[in-house]
Design a protein. Sequence first.
Lengths: 99, 436
Amino acid sequence: MLLPHAQTLAQARSFVAALADRALTLEASSAYERALLELDRVHGDECPALDTEDLTDDRDILLAVASNAIEELESYGIDPLSVELILAMLVDAHDLDIG
Amino acid sequence: MYGENGAQMRTELAALLRQHRIMRRLAEDSSAERAAAGQQILRYRQTIVVWCAQAIGLARPLTFPNIPQKPADPFRAASDHGAAVAELARALQGAREQATTRPASSEEFTTPSANTVVEHWRLAARAAALAEHDTAPDQAIHLTAAQARTIAGDVAAISQALVVLDRRYRNTPGWEPLAGCDRLGWAALATALDVSLGQPDYSVDQTGWRPRTKPIGGPAKPGVLGVLQAEHNLLVRLASFPDAMNLRLVVDSQRLLSAGLAPYAERIDPDLARQWRARAETYSRIQRELRNVGGRLGNGKAAAGEAANAVSRLKALPPETVVEPRMLGGFQTLFRRLDSRITEILECGVERGAFVQRVTVPRLVTGDGRLVHLVRERFVPVARAADLAVIRTAREHLRPPEEPSVSSAGTSRADLHAALIHRPPAKGAQSDVPGL
């Protein structure tokens, strides 16, 4: 994994983790967690560390930047179908979150 | 379990010790029948002697003589004169090796006898054969010195019973007395006295061989039972070490389960519901802290599957379902065991390096002469387990408090000791009839 890929992945992980932390219900938090797990699984658990400190509390902004970072992973050779699936999981989790 | 087999042995031996006038009990008149029963009893007794010799061999390295140690003399071989346990072990070994009778076969253990005396011997011998499982060397590594002392005391009492019975059966045709019977009796007495100087630990009764817990197979049970089934299977599957990702899935399932079951428990036991909500909180915290822990050793796919089963079955429950208190108790037991197992997995995984910590990239290796700079390090092994936040959380919040184990001596020990000094009622006395 090269540096730009690692940076993007670290951002994607951090944003999804922040979404999981800031979700209002346990189910939504768990759904975000599973999206994060899927992201890790696609990379064979070879991921950089995440850091959710100093991120915004606005979940819409977080969702937008998370989706953006995940989409960007496609350019580093990640299977496009996996990327789409993760995005779909993220949207489902967001639906659960806003009720 | 050692408690069950030991108690059975002592109960049967106590019953035998209370029988007097053995010749008439073995067979009415026929000398040949008495000899045949005697031979059978000898084989059963040999099995008990074999167990005694094995068990004292197990307890011996863990029991220490109560006499103060003399300063070691480097020019002499170490000797432990005066250690009663060593003497008992030697006497039992002698009795075992010098006997010409073979131990009973498995067929003899399982064939009931019409004669009550032989039947008591059979049951005692069967328990002794089963107890060989409980005092096998692989179980011994878990014993403490106090537990070993208890085993030594039990062997001493049983040996004493064998000595008393040997004297009583001497007139049986073809009887083979125990080799070194007197020495064995004294050694058993000395061991019992020596053991009584320390504080025995009867929790040894809970140790030993147990049947393996198996997953509950078959189709999903209806309703809450299905959730219980999946949770039980999850616990069984977690016996194999999961990798970090599957562990995260299991942890996620547990927080969903605890939080999902809390409303059902609320109607019956609000206190339990509060505990389960706290458990869900703890698991949320662990989940957060596990995000930066990785590791590919282990498997745990089956465990993750069962965890998913439990959650999906819980979600399918209609909200008006009534969960009986017994099932709540079942969940609580399973939760406790799972918590302790997950704590163990975390501790053990960090200790043996199966789980590593993701760290923020410290720096790039620049100037190594290559065009592309690689990220230098992404994982570091954890130097000290307590450095990880997840380990601290597991230790402080997840690990269930130790349950106080009930460890009393049980009635069988007292009963055997009473039977050892049992005296037959005096001739002519009719104890069964109330006196006028």
